[in-house]
Write a protein that binds this ligand. Structure first.
Ligand SMILES: Cc1cc2nc3c(=O)[nH]c(=O)nc-3n(C[C@H](O)[C@H](O)[C@H](O)COP(=O)(O)OP(=O)(O)OC[C@H]3O[C@@H](n4cnc5c(N)ncnc54)[C@H](O)[C@@H]3O)c2cc1C
Length: 172
């Protein structure tokens, strides 16, 4: 049987599914190909924190900053691998991406108001308010499709539940 679609996405991690959802929202027909028996890839095992400075979820908590600050941080971090055009594109698209997913999908975010940047000694490093994480989601809403989700690892769970840093959990 031959099937025709506008876009084929290979892989069902954050990269693949973000592309698939975005394309579908723009009206394209999409097929996602996944080689594993479950969905989610490495993303399903990750901490789930998304570094997206100046995003709307964080701004609603009252934290605002000019793009110059995270840009300075990335410049210090990346050194001679700093590519201004790509960094500026990322800094413009990251808040847009968060806004897109919270307005067009069932995904809701919590703001990491006290999650500092990893390299706090660098110029432009933030002390919180540049990250978001998905809010807890009632898996029962997925029905049988919940069986398709990759389970978390034994090392990161307690009694089957993922051990997770909350939005205000700053490392000591
Ligand atoms: C323990 C842990 C914690 C982490 N915490 C964070 C965090 O808090 N924040 C953060 O930003 N990053 C974190 N990371 C890193 C982050 O998880 C990865 O960078 C991210 O998930 C990569 O996403 P991806 O979509 O590129 O790949 P993946 O999520 O790995 O998805 C790739 C998918 O493609 C499939 N695939 C591969 N080849 C084929 C093929 N030929 N045909 C079909 N399917 C194929 C794979 O099976 C997989 O499902 C963490 C990583 C780990 C391991």
């Amino acid at each position: 049987m031959t099937r025709s679609v506008d876009l084929v996405v290979v892989g069902s991690g954050a990269g693949g599914l973000s592309a698939a959802v975005t394309a579908a929202a723009k009206g394209l027909s999409v097929t996602v190909l996944e080689k594993a028996e479950v969905l989610g890839g490495t993303t399903a095992w990750s901490g789930g924190w998304i570094w997206a400075p100046r995003n709307p979820v964080v701004r609603r908590t009252g934290i605002t900053e000019p793009a110059e600050a995270p840009r300075r941080y990335l410049q210090a971090l990346l050194g001679n691998r700093f590519e201004p055009e790509r960094v500026d594109a990322f800094l413009a698209a990251a808040p847009e991406m968060v806004g897109f997913f919270e307005s067009l999908t069932a995904l809701e975010f919590e703001a990491g108001t006290a999650i500092p940047d990893t390299y706090g000694q660098l110029p432009g490093a933030g002390t919180g308010g540049r990250s978001v994480i998905a809010k807890p989601f009632d898996g029962r809403k997925l029905g049988e499709a919940i069986e398709l989700l990759r389970l978390p690892t034994r090392e990161t769970t307690f009694l089957g539940m993922t051990i997770q840093a909350g939005p205000t959990c700053a490392p000591s």
